[in-house]
Design a protein around this ligand. Structure first.
Ligand code: DX5
Ligand code: ZN
Length: 233
């Protein structure tokens, strides 16, 4: 069954010169988790942060850290991000490492596992792993940068994955990542997303982030899901 909207702050668009303060700012604004975008310059054409950065900002909050690994070799790095303080480690189904091996490595490190798929990747690619992970992350941008436009064409796939998870009675959460803002968060939640990753739409605000977080929650939850669920059964 679908949970209420959770806001996960992507710090990719935060001020990296004051990253720990920016994590505290998100925590103070009332977000539910911190989303750390890890890029290796190979899986995506950008380089962002390694375990040393995760470790540096870990003491800034008790909120869960979700490490989003956009890297070619998650198997080699999963335990290092666990040791750095990540609570949930998400890797991409498109990489060459075998998902079963990566999930096992994350679980051996005592953390929760998540799997992500790019906009062009079909839903069926993650079906074999839905009962083995705690989070399914549906990309609504081509990964690599913050501040990109939401790809609405992904919504039918998001709904299909929501249906698959509900049909199988699985407990994993579904996340939506990329271009989520006041205009798109309602569709992302309606389509079945529960963990809604927000980067530039959050960190473009100065000072106290509480009003922005509250506005995002309202925009996400305004739609009456009971009517929606009744409509779909
Ligand atoms: C993109 C990242 C996203 C991104 C979100 O590759 O995975 O997490 O930083 O930022 P916005 O909300 O600005 O798209
Ligand atoms: Zn991300």
């Amino acid at each position: 069954m679908r949970g209420g909207p959770q806001i996960s702050a992507s710090i990719l668009n935060a001020d990296f010169g004051r990253l720990a303060d920016e994590v505290r700012r998100a925590d103070g604004g009332g977000v539910d988790s911190i989303h750390l975008d890890v890029m290796d310059g190979h899986f995506v054409d950008n380089l962002t942060m390694g375990p040393v950065v995760v470790e540096a900002v870990r003491p800034a909050t008790d909120l869960p850290f979700h490490a989003h690994l956009m890297i070619d070799n998650p198997l080699a790095y999963a335990s290092r991000f666990a040791d750095a303080g990540s609570d949930l480690i998400v890797f991409h189904v498109e990489v060459d490492d075998a998902p079963a091996d990566v999930i096992a490595a994350i679980e051996r490190s005592g953390r929760r596992a998540g799997i992500a798929l790019n906009p062009e990747t079909p839903a069926e690619a993650v079906h074999p792993w839905l009962d083995a992970v705690d989070l399914l992350l549906v990309m609504t941008v081509h990964p690599g940068w913050g501040g990109q436009a939401f790809i609405g064409e992904v919504m039918p796939k998001l709904r299909a994955l929501r249906d698959e998870v509900d049909r199988r009675g699985l407990s994993l959460e579904i996340g939506v990542d990329g271009g989520v803002n006041l205009d798109t968060i309602g569709d992302a939640h309606d389509g079945g997303g529960e963990v809604l990753v927000v980067g530039s739409a959050l960190y473009s605000a100065d000072g106290d982030l509480a009003p922005t977080v509250a506005a995002l929650r309202t925009a996400a939850g305004v739609h009456d899901h009971t009517a929606l669920d009744a409509e779909r059964t």
